[in-house]
Design a protein around this ligand. Structure first.
Ligand SMILES: O=C(O)CCCc1cccc(C(=O)O)c1C(=O)O
Length: 341
């Protein structure tokens, strides 16, 4: 059977990727309903070779909608996701609003698909940096029990949306014209062109950023296990699309680099690119427009008992957001769960 599917935030960077992914994976859509703010309503998007008019999001937009993918910011999710669920529409929300709500499953289909079974109408899509980390770490955790994670992220500007990407373009152009004075950052705290910013989102009381603490809390919820620590540093780097992460883990049981490589070569959603002698390793420019999470630079960390280092890259708009949301929708269809209990 096929479904009436809404995309809320259809004109944003992630919303557009959601439409592209629904089409590319031939999700069974009987009717697509692109929704956005009054500002974007009236514009057109393409879907399955047809032009579709973007409609304005209102409280009765969800009548007759079976499934709604949200990526329109936390405030819209907070107000409209419960409305949608109450009118019998299953919501997959890409914002952080519902991720830590104990009535909402927080799901990466390769990692914890069974959590979908207890959804009450709203399912949360994790933060992009969390998704690409848990995909390879879950099989390792199952095999050797992770006791500690230290992660440093190198996050693309696309995570800040189209405006952030445009800001970097402007800065690069200005710098090539040696016009440095007029660089006035608006979306990001400082100039990002040829720079690194160790701040993504706001700082909290503990001097970590919201982005860093999302990786801690969301990883624990997705694994259903908070017995291990997560020590995060999230950094913005001058890359357009594709997040990279340097991950160091300690495990209870010893796992060699070779065993880790072999395990990840079989892991769902993972592609191992790891041959230093041939200069083979993941890079963000190679991860763009790919479904997989790429892992390389796998090596033992002999400064601790059972340590491993690895380097992980993924397209943050795709597996980091839109693809994961569509894969959740696919899993809901498979489990006949496109219905609000
Ligand atoms: O900047 C990045 O590289 C990733 C940030 C993603 C993001 C941006 C604004 C708001 C939220 C949010 O939902 O709170 C989120 C999120 O956690 O998905």
């Amino acid at each position: 059977d096929s479904f009436v599917v809404a995309v809320v935030g259809a004109t944003g960077a992630v919303g557009r990727e959601m439409l592209k992914t629904l089409e590319a994976r031939k999700f069974p859509v009987s009717k697509i309903v692109p929704l956005a703010s009054s500002r974007s309503a009236g514009s057109e998007v393409e879907f399955n070779g047809e032009k579709v008019i973007v409609q304005e999001l209102t409280e009765d937009s969800f009548e007759g909608i079976d499934l709604a993918l949200f990526s329109a910011g936390g405030a819209v999710s907070e107000e409209y996701a419960p409305l949608a669920a109450r009118s019998g529409c299953v919501v997959v929300d890409n914002s952080s609003t519902w991720r830590m709500d104990d009535q909402c499953p927080l799901v990466v289909p390769e990692v914890n698909p069974d959590d979908l079974d207890w959804h009450k109408g709203i399912i949360a899509n994790p933060n992009c940096s969390t998704i690409q980390m848990v995909v390879p770490l879950k099989p390792i955790h199952d095999a050797a029990k992770i006791t500690r994670i230290v992660v440093s992220t190198y996050q693309a500007v696309a995570g800040g949306g189209q405006k952030a990407m445009d800001e970097m373009t402007t800065q690069v152009r200005q710098m090539f014209n040696f016009d440095l004075e007029s660089i006035e950052p608006k979306v990001m705290p400082y100039r990002i062109a040829f720079n690194c910013l160790p701040q993504i989102d706001v700082f909290l009381e503990n001097d970590y950023t919201k982005e860093e603490m999302k990786m801690v809390h969301e990883t624990h919820k997705i694994f259903g296990d908070d017995s291990f620590g997560v020590s995060p540093t999230a950094v913005r780097v001058p890359v357009y699309i594709g997040h990279s992460e340097s991950v160091n883990i300690e495990t209870e049981k010893k796992m060699t680099a070779a065993e880790c490589r072999a395990l990840l070569s079989q892991a769902p959603g993972v592609r191992v690119l790891d041959n230093p002698a041939e200069k083979i390793y993941p890079m963000p420019i190679e991860a763009v427009d790919e479904d997989d999470t790429f892992v390389g630079r796998i090596r033992e960390d002999n400064t601790v008992e059972n340590g491993l280092n690895m380097w992980i890259c993924a397209d943050n708009l795709r597996k980091g957001a839109a693809l994961n949301a569509v894969q959740i929708a696919e899993e809901l269809v498979k489990r006949d769960l496109v219905r609000v209990p």
